[in-house]
Design a protein around this ligand. Structure first.
Ligand SMILES: Cc1cc2nc3c(=O)[nH]c(=O)nc-3n(C[C@H](O)[C@H](O)[C@H](O)COP(=O)(O)OP(=O)(O)OC[C@H]3O[C@@H](n4cnc5c(N)ncnc54)[C@H](O)[C@@H]3O)c2cc1C
Length: 389
């Protein structure tokens, strides 16, 4: 049997069944749906199209699958979630980010669920789980990225409300979201930050299309708050817990981004193998050249190494262990390794891989971003060394 980078999960019947069903949905429904509508990763997708995916994924049991059963999920562990997430990007589907709810859905809400009151769960989080509402997460500002403590957005207590003023940038999913989880500095303090649930149609809140990143995905938005009054009951957690909520979410996301990168690298590998078999140069397929074989060997090894780290860390998270350091190690290694895979894929594809809109070229641009997004390579290294030394 030839070696495959596509895991079979034969030792885990429940996971195998989930993965088989997910692959069937992606290949037999979602990809044809995208092809019929000409949807690519760079298309501007409207809300009804996204809702179609949310609802169908919910019917199939995938949307919100990682949430506990009492919140409408199936309570799958991080290991299973990582396995499913890898399949999404490995499929090459442009809307795969909406199947489990990464973009505006339950996975964006993620770990903050534990801070929500019963009322917040009912009004904000459960509609997201049902695919009726979408949310974004907003901490970054123009002058506050890695150094989030530089944020200027303030929350001023005023009677039964808080008044927000400031400007957030690069909030993924903001252009189609209904509400945002916003982290702001408490006015008059240097170091107290709080998190708020903010309906994006609140007077004083405006949403603008954000910059288009190099992946070409049109999913970013800017939020501008001017005297935007938020009811006191929309405070998430306690006053001063904002960074803990935001950074706690980011730590987990650092791990959960990795399988998406690994899936994209796997897709680049599949495309490279197919290209190396079909492209003829000097009287033989590229695959006959040892230089190309070595590239494929390096690519497969990088994918295997990244997946092994991520699955080991996910298993530790499933056992309830603290994975703060390992999540940084995984994101550091997976983002760099998967980018190297994409770079080799472009090399194997020659001019086709350099052509704007070729799938390998798009994967290359997307994977380049993840050496910065959700924590830069340098910030991961800082965190690892700080914990170790
Ligand atoms: C496509 C995309 C989606 C995003 N989605 C969201 C979102 O949904 N919500 C949100 O809030 N934000 C989001 N972001 C913001 C993202 O998390 C930030 O871009 C990231 O944290 C880095 O911040 P920065 O871009 O301002 O870079 P900077 O912090 O300005 O860093 C610039 C360079 O300086 C280096 N550097 C900075 N500080 C140090 C240090 N102490 N030691 C060593 N090197 C350092 C960095 O590593 C980097 O190389 C998104 C960004 C992109 C591009």
């Amino acid at each position: 049997m030839p070696y495959s980078l596509e895991p079979s999960y034969d030792d885990d019947p429940r996971l195998r069944e989930l993965v088989v069903r997910l692959r069937a949905y992606l290949n037999d429904e979602l990809l044809p749906y995208e092809r019929e509508r000409g949807i690519t990763p760079e298309s501007r997708v409207d809300r009804p199209t996204l809702e179609h995916v949310w609802k169908r994924s919910r019917e199939l049991g995938f949307y919100g699958i990682s949430l506990p059963p009492e919140l409408g999920g199936q309570g799958i562990g991080f290991t299973e979630l990582c396995a499913l997430k890898e399949e999404l990007t490995a499929s090459g589907a442009a809307l795969s980010h909406s199947v489990l709810g990464d973009m505006g859905g339950p996975l964006r809400v993620g770990a903050i669920v534990k801070y929500a009151t019963a009322d917040q769960l009912e009004r904000y989080l459960m509609p997201v789980v049902r695919g009726e509402r979408a949310c974004c997460f907003s901490i970054t500002e123009e002058d506050a990225g890695s150094d989030v403590r530089r944020m200027r957005t303030t929350a001023t207590p005023d009677g039964d409300s808080y008044v927000l003023d400031g400007h957030k940038v690069f909030s993924s999913a903001a252009p189609f979201a209904d509400f945002a989880i916003v982290v702001a500095r408490m006015a008059g303090t240097e170091e107290a930050y709080s998190a708020f649930l903010v309906d994006l149609d609140t007077p004083g809140c405006r949403v603008f299309d954000g910059e288009v990143p190099m992946s070409g995905q049109q999913m970013e938005g800017d939020l501008v708050f001017e005297n935007c009054r938020i009811p006191a009951e929309n405070l998430l957690g306690e006053i001063g817990q904002g960074l803990r909520i935001g950074i706690g979410r980011i730590t987990l996301n650092r791990l959960l981004h990795c399988p998406s990168l690994i899936g994209a690298a796997r897709r680049a590998w599949d495309l490279s193998v197919a290209h190396a078999k079909s492209r003829v140069a000097f009287g033989q397929p590229l695959l006959a050249l040892q230089a190309v074989q070595h590239k494929l060997a390096d690519m497969a090894t990088e994918v295997y190494a990244a997946r092994s780290m991520v699955m080991a860390t996910a298993a530790r998270a499933d056992r309830g262990e603290n994975i703060a350091v390992e999540a940084n190690m995984c994101k550091l290694f997976a983002s760099e390794a998967c980018f190297r895979v994409a770079d080799q894929a472009v090399q194997i594809h020659g001019k086709a891989g350099l052509t704007r809109g070729h799938e390998v070229e798009q994967i290359f641009r997307t994977l380049r971003m993840f050496r910065i997004v959700t924590g830069t390579t340098e910030i991961h290294k800082n965190a690892i060394v700080k914990a170790l030394v």
